[in-house]
Write a protein that binds this ligand. Structure first.
Ligand SMILES: [Zn+2]
Length: 315
């Protein structure tokens, strides 16, 4: 049997059991009053059309299913289709477009577009621990993607070819093999330095390219090496540990995916795509995480992150 043969991809009851097992590992939890005991399951009854997975709290008498308080709440899409979408998005290295998901799941494009954004929200990490905590190496680099239509291109200044593009800053902890990326408005020291201070431990060794904005803030860390790309240097000859190739490898997956799968991306949504690529990269098989476990990690992240923003127009 292939992974796609799993019952929870096809059978709604099995889908509920699977999601309950992941989100309620210690048994059901009442989202209304927080109770963990005296919770009864209401048996689905075809004649009375009782909802699948419905529970009732003996304390507050409130009714709920495991979907309450998750990114699946307030969606009419059956849970087994959500699990299919989650599997496809977490197992495809470069992601899957809402257009393709619309065809595979046989839901409308508008629905698949919302599903994609909600799954990205589930993938978003709340991890705040600074990188390089044990005095390890942290690579920092920036990349440019797409076209930021909110910025007018410079005509007079030469060498500012990236000015009108979206800017993404990524940090890479060499020890854990994890990346943390964010969309930034510009590449000024005033913008980048606080991000480095908040996300990198002082005892870390910073590795960047020769971009001058890193020089000032670089002194705040235990060590800072700059690779001089303009001089044709990619790996330091004296110390082969000094390079930013790990983070550049990550950017190449991100950029190929964004170009191939998500051709257009408005700035207001870019941070969600960035979270998606960080998630897959941080939970990749080289870090010991295979498809099924990766999907379960995203599923666990579906809780407590109901997407609150309203946006009617997919773009
Ligand atoms: Zn309750």
């Amino acid at each position: 049997m292939s992974i796609l043969g799993k019952a929870y991809f096809h059978n709604e009851e099995a889908a509920f059991e699977h999601v309950e097992a992941v989100l309620w590992p210690d048994g059901p939890y009442c989202p209304h009053c927080g109770a963990v005991d005296r919770i009864g399951k209401i048996k689905p009854n075809p004649e009375k059309r009782v909802r699948l997975g419905l529970h009732k709290c003996g304390h507050c008498k409130g009714q709920f299913t495991v979907r309450v308080g998750t990114v699946f709440e307030a969606s009419k899409v059956p849970l087994h289709k959500w699990l299919q979408a989650l599997h496809l998005m977490t197992s495809s290295k470069k992601g899957i477009s809402a257009h393709q998901l619309h065809r595979v799941l046989e839901v409308t494009y508008k629905t698949s577009w919302f599903m994609c954004h909600r799954i990205r929200e589930a993938m978003r990490s709340d991890e705040l621990t600074p990188f390089g905590g044990n005095g390890g190496i942290v690579e920092v680099d920036e990349t440019f993607i797409g076209h930021d239509k909110t910025v007018k291109p410079h005509r007079s200044k030469k060498g500012r070819g990236h000015h009108h593009k979206h800017k993404v800053l990524s940090l890479m902890d060499r020890e854990t093999g994890k990346a943390r990326s964010m969309v930034v408005d510009d590449l000024k020291a005033a913008t980048l330095a606080p991000i480095l201070r908040d996300n990198i431990a002082k005892e870390a060794t910073l590795l960047t390219d020769e971009f001058r904005v890193y020089q000032g803030v670089g002194r705040e860390f235990s060590d800072h090496h700059q690779v001089r790309h303009k001089m044709g240097e990619y790996v330091n000859r004296k110390n082969p540990e000094i390079h930013t190739n790990t983070i550049e490898g990550y950017f190449s997956i991100f950029k190929r995916g964004m170009k191939g799968v998500y051709q257009h991306c408005a700035k207001k949504h870019l941070h969600r795509y960035v979270a998606e690529y960080d998630f897959r990269y941080n939970n990749r098989s080289a870090n010991g995480i295979e498809d099924q476990e990766r999907a379960a990690i995203a599923l666990a992240g579906a809780s407590g992150k109901r997407l609150k923003y309203a946006c009617n127009r997919p773009n």
